[in-house]
Design a protein around this ligand. Structure first.
Ligand code: SF4
Length: 367
């Protein structure tokens, strides 16, 4: 698999890697090509708008930013949504104040990443590729996807498979740990979760993990059904199909059997390969929990996929990102989560909950 050469040490967790790519996920102010605030307008136009609006008695307040805009996000990772399902407020603090995360949590995450990298290296090499544009960064993700399609078609097993899709008009991406065919010929998704403690997780933790794998299936199935058209990617991520690809990207593409010159070529190839490959949707979802220290398997969960429920949950969480509702913390029956939370000392939601229910806003029940 190819990875941007500029980010050593972060190849073990593809979703994290994507989050950290400079200038990739971050939408810089004014990057949209459209004026997004009054300051983008020429002075004369601005005066005219203000005069006309004032004259009509309808000077409008500037619209509040949505969280997607506030954090300059063009897309979300599947893990953003699954983390959100544990505690939305905690997910927001994690984004804003990562330095407050407990050191043991950081160690646990880093060990988990190393285990993922070791598993990835078992099935393919990691190649460093120099990127020269945002389109190059996305070309790597697409090449990683394209390179595993023949293996899947041939009935093989693939690891670290990138998936992209749109739910509720929000672009999502994720990385599936493993896809394999079972003895029955079903396409099976296997998600590996490593744990610091030598026992299976609580029901609440499992619920979060179930949601994650269900989202992967939702997105993957849409991809192989041809719903991920090239313009869906370029319009959501604001990429230029005509952008020439860097020389190292073109060389790498050539090595894996594709002759491409611009980003749009790769998008077309991806669309055609996905839709013409006859790869089925995912039949079975499994989560394997193993103990980090001893590397022993603690247990395997088989997850039932209920499309309507997955969509409803995603809608609820995405409503926060789209600014349709305020951030929520955990409900009283899940207040035990606060005891092990790195942000319990500073958490506004927790403080308001202690003050009484009338202090809080938003729906009574979180999903
Ligand atoms: S203290 Fe509780 S409500 Fe606040 S972020 Fe942590 S888990 Fe969520």
């Amino acid at each position: 698999m190819a990875g941007p050469g500029s980010e050593p040490g972060e190849l073990s967790d593809s979703e994290l890697l994507l989050l950290l790519e400079p200038g990739d996920q971050a939408l810089q102010p004014g990057d949209s090509g459209k004026p997004n605030s009054s300051s983008d307008l020429p002075l004369e136009s601005l005066k005219k708008v203000l005069t006309e609006d004032s004259a009509a008695g309808k000077v409008k307040r500037k619209r509040a930013q949505t969280p997607l805009e506030k954090y300059y996000l063009k897309y979300l990772c599947v893990t953003d949504l699954s983390t959100q399902s544990w505690c939305e407020q905690q997910m927001v603090y994690g984004r804003e104040l990562p330095q407050l995360q407990a050191p043991e949590t950081v160690v646990l995450l880093n060990t988990g990443k190393s285990i993922h990298l070791a598993r990835e290296l078992e099935v393919h090499d990691v190649v460093r590729v120099h990127v020269t544009s945002r389109e190059d960064s996305w070309a790597i993700k697409i090449l990683n996807l394209l390179s595993v399609i023949p293996e899947l078609q041939a009935g093989g097993c693939v690891r670290e498979l990138p998936v992209f899709g749109v739910i509720e008009d929000v672009f999502l991406m994720g990385v599936i740990d493993e896809l394999c065919y079972s003895a029955m010929g079903e396409l099976e998704l296997r998600e590996l979760k490593t744990r610091g403690r030598p026992f299976m997780p609580s029901g609440a933790q499992k619920k979060r993990d179930y949601f994650q794998v269900c989202l992967y299936k939702y997105i993957f199935d849409a991809m192989v059904q041809g719903k991920l058209k090239p313009d869906v990617i370029t319009s959501h991520i604001q990429l230029r199909p005509e952008q020439p690809l860097g020389s190292q990207i073109r060389e790498h593409a050539q090595k894996v059997g594709f002759t491409v010159t611009c980003f749009g070529d790769l998008l077309e190839l991806m669309y055609l390969n996905l839709t013409l490959s006859d790869i089925p949707g995912i039949d079975c979802l499994k989560i394997e929990y193993s103990h980090q220290e001893s590397n022993t398997l603690l247990g395997t969960e088989v997850v039932r996929f209920e499309e309507e429920k997955v969509r409803e949950k995603a809608q609820h969480y995405l409503a926060y990102w789209k600014g349709q509702r305020e951030v929520q913390g955990v409900e009283i029956e899940e207040a035990w989560k606060c005891q092990s939370c790195s942000y319990s000392e500073i958490c506004d939601w927790r403080k308001k909950r202690a003050e009484g229910p009338e202090q809080r806003s938003g729906p009574k029940k979180s999903k």
